[in-house]
Ligand binder design. Structure first.
Ligand code: HEM
Ligand SMILES: [Cu+2]
Length: 754
């Protein structure tokens, strides 16, 4: 199939649908919405259109430049995302029958480059442009015009780097209309490169495709843009802070942006130089990276000396967002603030000392290799410090499971999986085996997907009221977040499994026994794609038709004294523009304090109440479990009489612990129902849907019944299978019902939280 035309059409369709949503929601919004702030009406005449265009292309306001960055990054993400979907579509079948092998190679190359250079950094720069000045009390960035230039270098660099695809489409049209000659040949020879984002030599030198040169120029330009931006952030944070903001008052997000900018300052110029050397090698017969005169491995050294810090350039802003947003939804201050700052700085320094772990298999000196292994494992320590601080911040906090919080929590989980697999890869013997397999792809996507876009989504929701003055559809956001998490875990978890089974990466063709795994991963990826579209819809639609904010304290931050500067700025603006009065919360409590009894309860300080409530919860859960299990037994025995259930299953249960007999098995069944499952219910009941406990109980039972249905399945088919499933479900519902009602009754009598 013709990749170029198809890709551009899919991408174009997505963009057109965006525009359609925009148009429809705007039409709706022009109807009066209760006389409240219905100011978003646009007269579409040529003059205003011209002025809007001039305004947005010449603005130097940090917030507007920030929005431009975010829009640009989103555009690139959609483009790279379409490529991800196309790759996963190809991998549905073991042979290369949907796209050709060449197309697949081009797809992963352009997907990687687009995502890393044109999606992540621009979006984070956008968020930072908008919020860093607000957070440090500055009027604008230190060099507003440089700021705008930094942004406007990006579109041409994207065009240079990704021009192969539009060029192909133009070439095909020219051929269709019978145009031949130089013009046609120019477009026709520009193909998307097939090199991988690491552009390894000697392939990247030998590839005759002229588009590779444009790609290198594009990367160079984007490096210049990024470096300009980084300098601007550093100077702004160092010199433009408000009088009352000393270094000790910088918040965590700004610290992360500062560190990131520092890394950029050292990493990107190096990429720029290496890219120029490669261009020279390609076009002017220099020999930096050729075996005669230079060394192909030199490219890998230079590239990874940039490339590994790049990993942290894209990770640290996400970590900053996490450390910033998480406390707001737990009602506590970030635990161990200083440690988080030090870990950030530590990562910044260490990130330069680990590049050779990407080269363990290139035959470098074993002793050097071992020292790189040590540093690479050491870098896990500051990352782990962050994780522990995040978890401790959640611990005994007052958690609100809104969309940003769901994303934060899931991100921590994904980051732990991605991080632990990374530690394994940093270990030489493991790397030698798994290098070049899907294990690596699974590992880095866990992090690259699980924390970077997740945190961007979280930030988009968290700050949406500031950006637009409206609220997004919260229900849809919650659904979108959950779908995104599900899809990501399915997709990238499966990749790790395939890697463990030693499936090599970067191949369009693979052994047929991997087909089932690949299909699962593809279904997961489509779920991600769907969730991204839902997010896009929510953002666009709510911009015009969302509920207007009626207070600046959308998230109830004043209550826990976390109403930070950007919200204060927003509050001032609302008052000034729309006369919205600032609100005062009814109760406030500090989000952290050393006075016992105030602020969040800490585990250590409130041991006594904890000691009192834990046994009560456990007891309530145990009794509830007993009632539930007894009810369940009733169903079981009925089923035995009907012949759907076999009592000998109980003796199998007994054999699991090395005992015999139906009665022992039954006792085990009772014990399990009273302890494990009942305690789990006590812990999670709060987070399951439905206020009334009965609904919670039924939901819980439905969830666990799936596991049991699988565990006790004994090969039934057809109608019997149906009976089995129904029966498992009903038995568990009885259990959940008995558990929930008893638990509710007991805990309301004792006023136990659960
Ligand atoms: C829906 C989400 C995504 C899917 C389904 C996906 C899928 C893929 C696939 C199939 C590959 C090729 C693997 C191989 O054979 O080596 C790949 C490579 C890659 N992806 Fe993604 N990806 C997704 C999101 C992302 C994101 C968000 C980023 C970065 C921010 C990213 C960065 C990369 C990079 C750098 C590569 C390596 C390219 C290379 O080998 O040169 N991906 N992805
Ligand atoms: Cu690395």
């Amino acid at each position: 199939m013709n990749r170029a035309v198809i890709e551009l059409s899919i991408f174009g369709t997505v963009l057109c649908s965006c525009w359609l949503v925009f148009w429809l929601s705007r039409r709706r919004a022009t109807q009066p919405d209760g006389g409240y702030q219905s100011t978003r009406e646009i007269d579409v005449d040529l003059e205003t259109l011209k002025q809007t265009v001039i305004h947005w292309t010449t603005t130097t306001n940090h917030r507007e430049v920030g929005i431009l960055y975010i829009l640009f990054g989103t555009f690139a993400a959609l483009w790279g995302g379409v490529e991800a979907m196309m790759m996963r579509t190809e991998l549905l079948t073991p042979s290369a029958d949907i796209w050709s092998v060449e197309t697949y190679n081009a797809l992963f190359t352009s997907h990687g480059i687009t995502m890393l250079f044109f999606f992540v950094t621009p979006v984070f720069f956008g968020i930072a442009n908008y919020f860093v000045p607000l957070l440090i009390g500055a009027d604008d960035m230190a060099f507003p015009r440089l700021n705008a230039i930094g942004f406007w270098l990006l579109p041409p660099s994207l065009l240079l780097a990704r021009g192969g695809l539009p060029a192909q489409v133009v070439g095909q049209f020219l051929r269709l209309f019978g145009v031949h000659g130089d013009l046609f040949r120019f477009f026709w020879t520009l193909q998307e490169p097939e090199l991988g984002w690491t552009l390894y030599t000697p392939l990247s030198i030998q590839s005759p495709n002229p588009q590779v040169n444009f790609l290198l120029l594009g990367l160079h330009l984007s490096g210049i843009a990024t470096t300009l931006g980084a300098i601007n952030f550093i100077v702004t944070i160092a010199y433009e802070r408000g009088n009352e903001i000393g270094w000790e008052h910088l918040d965590i997000f700004v610290w992360n942006i500062l560190t990131t900018s520092g890394i950029i300052l050292f990493a990107f110029p190096l990429l720029g130089s290496a890219v120029i050397m490669l261009l020279l090698d390609r076009n002017f017969a220099t020999t930096f990276f050729t075996p005669d005169g230079g060394d192909p491995i030199l490219w890998q050294h230079l590239f990874w000396f940039f490339g590994h810090p790049e990993v942290y350039i894209i990770f640290l802003p996400a970590a900053g967002l996490m450390s910033f947003i998480l406390p707001k939804f737990t009602g506590r201050k970030l635990f161990g603030f200083t440690f988080v700052v030090y870990s950030t700085l530590g990562i910044g320094v260490l990130s330069f000392g680990v590049w050779a772990h990407h080269m363990f298999t290139t035959g470098i000196d074993p002793q050097i290799r071992a020292s790189f292994m040590a540093v690479s494992i050491a870098i896990a320590i500051p990352s782990a410090i962050k994780v522990f601080n995040w978890i401790t911040t959640i611990w005994s906090g007052n958690i609100r499971l809104s969309a940003p919080m769901v994303l934060c929590i899931s991100s921590i989980g994904m980051f732990v999986v991605g991080g632990v697999t990374g530690v394994f890869l940093a270990t030489i013997p493991v790397d030698i085996f798994y290098h070049g397999t899907y294990y690596v792809v699974g590992h880095f996507h866990m992090i690259i997907m699980g924390i970077i876009p997740f945190m961007m989504f979280a930030a988009s929701y968290y700050w949406y009221p500031i950006l637009t003055g409206r609220l997004y559809d919260r229900q849809l956001a919650l659904f979108q977040s959950l779908l995104l998490v599900f899809g990501s875990v399915i997709t990238f978890g499966t990749l790790i499994v395939m890697g463990l089974l030693a499936l090599p990466r970067r191949y369009a063709v693979y052994p047929p026994e991997f087909a089932p795994f690949q299909r699962v991963a593809t279904v997961g990826a489509f779920l991600i794609g769907l969730s991204v579209l839902l997010w896009l819809y929510n953002m666009l639609w709510s911009y015009w038709s969302g509920e207007p904010v009626r207070t600046a304290d959308v998230w109830g931050l004043k209550r826990t004294q976390q109403f930070t500067r950007e919200w204060q700025w927003f509050e001032g603006r609302l008052e000034e523009r729309y006369g919205v009065e600032p609100t005062e919360p009814e109760i406030t409590r500090p989000s952290s304090t050393t006075v016992p009894g105030e602020g969040s309860p800490t585990v250590l300080r409130s041991v006594e109440p904890l000691l009192r409530t834990v046994p009560r919860i456990a007891f309530a859960a145990g009794i509830g479990g007993l009632v539930g299990t007894t009810l369940m037994s009733g169903v079981l025995f009925t089923a035995t009489i009907l012949g759907i259930f076999d009592l000998s299953s109980f003796s199998e249960l007994a054999e699991l612990v090395g005992a015999r007999g139906v009665s022992v098995g039954y006792l085990l069944f009772l014990a399990g129902g009273m302890t494990t499952w009942a305690l789990l219910f006590a812990v999670f009941a709060e987070y399951l849907p439905g206020r009334p406990r009965i609904i919670t109980g039924l939901a819980y039972a439905t969830i666990i019944s799936v596991g049991f249905a699988l565990a006790f399945y004994t090969g039934q088919t057809g109608l019997q299978l149906l009976g089995y499933v129904v029966f498992v479900l009903i038995a568990h519902w009885f259990y959940g019902f008995g558990l929930a009602v008893t638990f509710q009754y007991l805990s309301s009598r004792w006023q136990v939280e659960g």
